[in-house]
Write a protein that binds this ligand. Structure first.
Ligand code: DGJ
Length: 688
C-alpha cells in the first residue's frame, strides 16, 4: 500500500543525497554534487519518474536502500537471510525517522532494519543494522544501497598483492554483476575496499566522480550491478556468510564521496576523512617523527652491539623513532617459531630491552616494537599449552608457517591483553608495529570484531602508544583498522620505483600522515633493483618518512643526501601533514606526479617521478591543479643539484626560481628539465 511520498535530504560539503519513501524502505532519489538548498524535492521526484515497457513487470519501485526480493526486484537483493532453514522475504515499512536514522519494520517476520546517515567531513557515512526478534542466519546485508552513475562507463576498483599494493583495475559497466569480494578475513591486498565510479571523461583533476570506501577490516563484498532496466545499483557489505546466526547485524560504515574536480575531489575527501575524523592521534600537537626500522638491516639477527651502532647512525641521519622489528621474543631465529610467546628472548637480550631503549632515548629517539599478536606458530609454548585457541581445522594450509588465534574467544583476548600490557608497562615503548602475516583459515567477522575489541582495550589503557597496521605490508588498510591505529605499512616493497606507483594509487584513499614510507637498502631486497639514494630518499619523503636499510652500508655522500632530505622533510612537515595529495594528470606516461597542496592553498610541493624513459624526446609540460588562476606563485626546484649534464637547453628552472600565475601553471603547465629515469623532481611553490 503506498502512501504520500516523503523526502529527506542529507547534505555534506560538495554532495547531496536525497531519499524518498512512499511508506516502504526509502530509496535514493538523487546522489550527486551538492543541490541548491531550495531544490523542490517533489519536482525532482516527478522529474525522475520512469516508464516501464515490455510487459515483464508493470512498475519499477524506486531503487531502495535495501532492495527487497519480495517486490519482484530484478537484481541482487540487499538482504539475504534465513530462519529455520527457510529464506526470508521481508517487506519493510518505514516506521520512524529523524531524517538521519530511518527505522523500518516487518512485523510479520519480526525484523527491524535501520539505516543511519552521518556527515563526516566531506563524506557521508552510511550504515545499516538488522535486528530480528528471533535468531536468523544471515548471508548478506548491504550497507545502504545507492545508484551507480548513468553517465559513467567504467568501474575503477583495486587489486593488489604482496609488494604490489593498490593496483588500479578498470572494468566496464555492463549487464549483470561486477563483483569484488575479499574472502581472506582481511580487507586484503587482493581487493582493497575502495571503488571509484567516474562519469565519462573524468580525469584526476576534472569531471564528476563518485567514490565509496567500506570501513571494515574483515573482508567485504562489492556488487556493482547493471539491471535489465538499465538502472545501476552499488552494494557493499561484509563478505557473504562471514556472520551466521544471531539477532543483530551491523554493516560497517560505507563512506560516500562525490567530486566535480575529478578523482582528486573524492581522494582528498577520503584523505581528510581518515586524517581528521577516523584516526585518533595520541599527541596531535607532536610532529610525526622520522622513523628508523631495523627489519631489512638485521632481520631476526638481533645483537645489542650491532643495533646500538645502527641506532647511532640512524639518529645521525635524522631518525626520531627507532622500531625494533621481528626477532626479539621467544626463540625467534626465523619465521618457523615463537609467535605467541611474547617474552623477551634472553639469549639475544640478556638484560631485556631496557639497555637498547635507554640507548635509543639517549640518542633523542623514542622506541617502537614489532608484534603480531593474532598469530601463533605451532612451535611455541602458547600453541603447546592452548591448542584449542587456534582457529580453523587441524590440517589447514598454513601461511608463513603460522596459524591464527581465535580472537572471538574472550580468554584469548584477555591473554593477549595481559601479555601486551606487561610489555608496555615494563618498557618505555611509544609505538607498536602490529603485523598480520597470513590469511584466515576461514573468513569470520567475529575474528575482526575480536581484534577491534583488543585494540580498543589497549588504546584505552595506553592512550599514548601509537600503533601501525601492517599485514605483510598493505594487507589491512581501511577506515576500520585506522580508527584504532595511526599508520599503515603500505607495502613491504622499499623499491622506490614501485613505491612511486603504489603511493600514487594509494593516495586515492590515504593521507600522507598515515602512510609509512622508508628508504630501503641500495640493492632492493624485494626487487633486486639498485636505485640511487636520491630517488629512494624523495620517495620516502613523499609520505611519513623513515629509513630501513643498514646505515653502515651508506657512503658518506649517501648519508649526506639522507640527512638533507630528512631535514627538508622536518622543515616542511608542519604544513605537509595537513596537505591534500592531488594526483596530477601527466601528459607524459613515463612521469607519475602529484602535488601536495597546503590546507590554506598558499603553498605546495610537486613530486614528479620519472618511472622510465619517455616515448618522446622532450619532457612534456606538467599541469598543476587546485591553484588560484589569478594569483602569482613563486616556484623553485628543491633538488636542482640533481641536474644532469645530459639535460641540455635552457629550461628556465635550471637557473633559479620562477614566478608564474596559477592560470599558467594549471593551463600551460611547468616545463621541467630533462631527467633520467628513476629520478624525481621536487618543486616547491608559494603564493606571492
Ligand atoms: C612483514 C612485514 O610487512 C615486514 O615489514 C616485517 O615486519 C616482517 N613481517 C617481520 O616478520
Amino acid at each position: 500500500m503506498s502512501e504520500a511520498l516523503q523526502f529527506w535530504r542529507i547534505d555534506a560539503p560538495g554532495q547531496t543525497l536525497v531519499l524518498s519513501s512512499d511508506g516502504g524502505i526509502p530509496g535514493a532519489l538523487y546522489w550527486g554534487p551538492a543541490l541548491h538548498p531550495q531544490t523542490d524535492l517533489a519536482a525532482l521526484s516527478h522529474a525522475c519518474e520512469q516508464e516501464v515497457t515490455g510487459g515483464m513487470i508493470d512498475r519499477l519501485p524506486p531503487l531502495s536502500l535495501c532492495p527487497e526480493a519480495s517486490w519482484s526486484f530484478e537484481g541482487q537483493p540487499g538482504l539475504v537471510a534465513y530462519r529455520d532453514g527457510k529464506p526470508l522475504y521481508p517487506r519493510f515499512r518505514l516506521e520512524v525517522t529523524d531524517g538521519e536514522e530511518f527505522t523500518c519494520r516487518d512485523n510479520d517476520l519480526g525484523l527491524s532494519l535501520t539505516f543511519l546517515f552521518e556527515v563526516v567531513g566531506q563524506t557521508i557515512s552510511a550504515k545499516a543494522t538488522l535486528e530480528s526478534d528471533a535468531e536468523i542466519t544471515l548471508h548478506h546485508l548491504a550497507a545502504p544501497v545507492l545508484p551507480g552513475p548513468q553517465m559513467g562507463q567504467e568501474i575503477v576498483d583495486f587489486s593488489g598483492r604482496w609488494i604490489g599494493e593498490f593496483q588500479v583495475e578498470r572494468a566496464p559497466w555492463r549487464a549483470g554483476i561486477h563483483k569484488r569480494e575479499a574472502r581472506t578475513g582481511r580487507s586484503g591486498h587482493e581487493h582493497p575496499p575502495l571503488a571509484y565510479f567516474p562519469e565519462a571523461g573524468a580525469s584526476n583533476t576534472q569531471g564528476t566522480v563518485f567514490a565509496m570506501h567500506y570501513g571494515w577490516s574483515g573482508g567485504h563484498v562489492m556488487l556493482a550491478e547493471e539491471l535489465p532496466s538499465g538502472r545501476r545499483q552499488i552494494q557493499w557489505g561484509h563478505a557473504c556468510g562471514t556472520r551466521t546466526v544471531g539477532t543483530r547485524f551491523d554493516t560497517a560504515p560505507l563512506y560516500l564521496a562525490v567530486s566535480q574536480s575529478g578523482f582528486n575531489g573524492c581522494a582528498t575527501a577520503f584523505q581528510r576523512l581518515l586524517r581528521d575524523h577516523v584516526v585518533t592521534w595520541p599527541k596531535p600537537e607532536t610532529p610525526r617523527p622520522v622513523h628508523y626500522n631495523c627489519w631489512e638491516a638485521v632481520y631476526f639477527d638481533h645483537d645489542m652491539a650491532v643495533l646500538s651502532e645502527i641506532a647511532e647512525r640512524a639518529a645521525a641521519l635524522g631518525a626520531e623513532r627507532f622500531v625494533l622489528d621481528d626477532g626479539w621474543f621467544g626463540r625467534r631465529d626465523d619465521d618457523t617459531s615463537s609467535l605467541g610467546d611474547w617474552e623477551i628472548d634472553r639469549r639475544k637480550w640478556p638484560d631485556g630491552l631496557t639497555p637498547l631503549i635507554n640507548h635509543v632515548e639517549r640518542l633523542g629517539m623514542t622506541f617502537g616494537l614489532w608484534v603480531e599478536p593474532e598469530m601463533v606458530n605451532l612451535d611455541s609454548d602458547l600453541a603447546r599449552a592452548h591448542p584449542d585457541w587456534i582457529l580453523g581445522p587441524q590440517d589447514q594450509i598454513e601461511g608463513r608457517q603460522q596459524r591464527v588465534l581465535d580472537l572471538s574467544r574472550p580468554e584469548v583476548r584477555d591473554h593477549l591483553f595481559r601479555k601486551l600490557s606487561a610489555l608496555l608497562q615494563e618498557n618505555r615503548i611509544d609505538y607498536l608495529k602490529w603485523d598480520h602475516n597470513r590469511l584466515l583459515p576461514i573468513a569470520d567477522a567475529a575474528q575482526t570484531e575480536g581484534i577491534y575489541a583488543l585494540l580498543g582495550d589497549l588504546r584505552r589503557t595506553f592512550p599514548n602508544v601509537e600503533i601501525e597496521s601492517c599485514a605483510s605490508g598493505g594487507g589491512r588498510i581501511d577506515a576500520g583498522i585506522l580508527s584504532l591505529t595511526q599508520r599503515v605499512w603500505l607495502s613491504d616493497s622499499n623499491d622506490a620505483l614501485e613505491r612511486l606507483r603504489i603511493q600514487h594509487d594509494a593516495a586515492l584513499l590515504l593521507p600522507m600522515s598515515v602512510t609509512g614510507s622508508h628508504v630501503g637498502p641500495r640493492v632492493c631486497h624485494t626487487s633486486g633493483r639498485t636505485i640511487d639514494v636520491r630517488m629512494r630518499a624523495w620517495i620516502a619523503a613523499q609520505r611519513h618518512m623513515g629509513f630501513e636499510m643498514d646505515p653502515c652500508e651508506l657512503t658518506d655522500e649517501e648519508a649526506e643526501v639522507l640527512k638533507r632530505v630528512a631535514s627538508w622533510w622536518k622543515d616542511n612537515r608542519h604544513w605537509r601533514m595537513q596537505a591534500d595529495i592531488l594526483r596530477l594528470d601527466s601528459a607524459d606516461a613515463s612521469v607519475i606526479a602529484e602535488q601536495q597542496l597546503a590546507m590554506d592553498g598558499n603553498r605546495f610541493v610537486v613530486f614528479a617521478g620519472k618511472a622510465r624513459s619517455a616515448h618522446q624526446i622532450m619532457p612534456r609540460p606538467l599541469r598543476l591543479t587546485g591553484l588560484d588562476p589569478q594569483a602569482l606563485y613563486r616556484i623553485d626546484l628543491v633538488n636542482r643539484d640533481e641536474l644532469h649534464h645530459l639535460s641540455r637547453g635552457n629550461t628556465a628552472f635550471k637557473d633559479g626560481p620562477l614566478v608564474l600565475s596559477g592560470q599558467i601553471l594549471m593551463q600551460q603547465g611547468l616545463i621541467l628539465p630533462w631527467q633520467f629515469p628513476e629520478t624525481v623532481w621536487v618543486i616547491e611553490g608559494e603564493r606571492q
